[in-house]
Design a protein around this ligand. Structure first.
Ligand code: PRP
Length: 187
């Protein structure tokens, strides 16, 4: 596989220095802060703390920055979803962990790093709706519409990206490269 060959020939330290970022860390930072301000405005009047439901693992980096960009109180919950195997092709979607706390009458914001086919957020949205939240919205740093298979409404969106496999800022290839501060495309 071409991508695998590229990666096996390129040690992690060189991925960042060998290519230009598709989205730089400075661009991400500006956008995430703007999203934080927008989200804070939307939820300014709610009476209970907002519940951020972070979709593991890819969204953790985005969620940590987004949380610190909010000016409204927020709690953190996590769901574990995995749809990719060890490479870039789609595997079976698994929801391995759902939220412990009750979400009845709470305002819930799903936090996702990338919406691709849409299957992950669609499945999680369906499960969270059953918990009867007062409202449910979605914040996604990246929107890759080229591979969309189900309709997804992204309430707060960072960037729309082309049909490229991307790594960095929480997004991985075979579990690696999540630590890169910017977003890079492979191939
Ligand atoms: C990635 C990404 C999203 C999902 C998007 O997760 O973090 O959760 O795929 O794809 P979809 O819109 O086609 O469902 P992945 O399964 O790679 O797990 P990870 O977040 O733990 O890396």
């Amino acid at each position: 596989m071409r991508m695998l060959e590229v990666l096996t020939q390129t040690p992690p330290a060189r991925v960042e220095s060998s290519g230009k970022a598709m989205i730089t860390s400075a661009q991400i930072s500006r956008r995430v802060h703007a999203m934080g301000r927008e989200i804070s405005r939307v939820y300014a009047v709610i009476e209970t703390p907002l519940v951020l439901v972070v979709i593991l693992k890819g969204a953790t980096v985005f969620a940590a920055d987004l949380l610190r960009s909010l000016s409204v109180p927020a709690e953190l919950e996590f769901v574990r979803a995995a749809s990719y195997g060890s490479g870039t092709s789609r595997g079976e979607l698994r929801l391995a962990h759902m939220i412990d706390g009750p979400l009845v009458d709470r305002h819930v914001l799903l936090v996702e790093d990338i919406v691709d086919s849409g299957h992950t957020v669609e499945a999680i949205t369906r499960r969270v709706r059953r918990m009867k939240p007062a409202s449910l919205r979605l914040a996604a740093l990246l929107d890759r519409p080229a591979r969309r298979a189900v309709k997804v409404n992204i309430d707060f969106k960072g960037f729309v990206i082309p049909d490229r496999f991307v790594i960095g800022y929480g997004l991985d290839y075979a579990g690696l490269y999540r630590e890169l501060p910017g977003i890079y495309s492979l191939g």
